[in-house]
Design a protein around this ligand. Sequence first.
Ligand code: SAM
Length: 278
Amino acid sequence: MIDDLPPLRDVIATHDLAAKKSLGQNFLLDLNLTAKIARLAGDLTAADVLEIGPGPGGLTRGLLAEGARKVLAIEKDPRCMPALAEIAAAYPDRLQAINGDALTVNPLEHLSQPIKIAANLPYNVGTELLVRWLTPPEWPPFWESLTLMFQREVAQRIVAAPGSKTYGRLALLAQWRTDAKIVMDLPPEAFSPPPKVNSAVVHLTALPAPRYPADAGTLNKVVAAAFNQRRKMLRSALKSVSPDIEDHLIAAGIKPTERAEQVGLEAFCALARQLHKN
Ligand code: SAM
C-alpha cells in the first residue's frame, strides 16, 4: 500500500460517491496505478502540484505519496470534500482541497513556483483547460509540466505529426511551445465505471521559448483558417487571411497547392512571420 488510508472502494462506499456522468466521473481505484501516474510527472519533492478533479482522491494520494511538496486540488463535486479532508489529515499541511470549478478558480493565489499540473481530467472540460494552459498571455507559463489523462483520441491529436489524420490545431498549439509525449495507455477497465473509450496519459514539458519564433496571435489565426478547411489547398483555405496569400506562402517556402495537414510546424511559423511582417 502507498499509504495507511482506506482502499478507494471503501472511501467511495463510506462517502456515497456513486459516479456522476454529468461530471465526467470515471475514477481510478488502483493506488499502485495512481502512484505510477504521479511518477510520470517527474520529481515532485520540490514542486507544488495543481490537480484538477481529484474525485475520491486516488491520484491525489499518489502525488502525495510520491513526495509532492504541496497539492492544490480543485474539485467541483461537493460530495468529494469529506474524502479529501481525510487525505489532508493524513498529510498535514500538504493538501489544500478547494470545492469549485476549475474553469473559474484562480489557482495561482494558492501556489508557489515551481508548479506542475497533474490530472485525470473530466473529459468534458479537459481540452478547454489544456488550450488555456497552452495559451497564456506570456511564455514561459506558470507551470513547468502537464501530466494529463485524456481520451486516447485526444492524446493522439496532441502528439500528431503532419500527414496523420489527427494532425491539426491541437498538435501545432502543443508542439510549438512544449515537448509532448504519450507516456501511458490505459484500457477502459482501469476506471470505475469504465468509459466507452481508451485513455492515455500525455506529458508536456514547457520549453523555455517557442520552438520557432512567431507571433502567437498570427500563428493561431493562420492555423485556425488552414484547418477549418483542411481538405482545401492552402491558397484557397487562407484567402481570408490575406489577399496576397499565394505570394506569402511562396515566401515562407510553402507550395500554395499544399493542404494544411501536410505542412509542419516550422513552415506554419515561417508563414506567420511572413504575414506579421506585412
Ligand atoms: N482524479 C480522480 C481519479 O483519477 O479517480 C477523478 C477523475 S474523474 C475522470 C474527473 C473529476 O473531475 C471528477 O471528480 C469530477 O467531479 C471533477 N470535475 C468535473 N468537472 C470539473 C470542473 N469543472 N472543475 C473541477 N473538477 C471537475
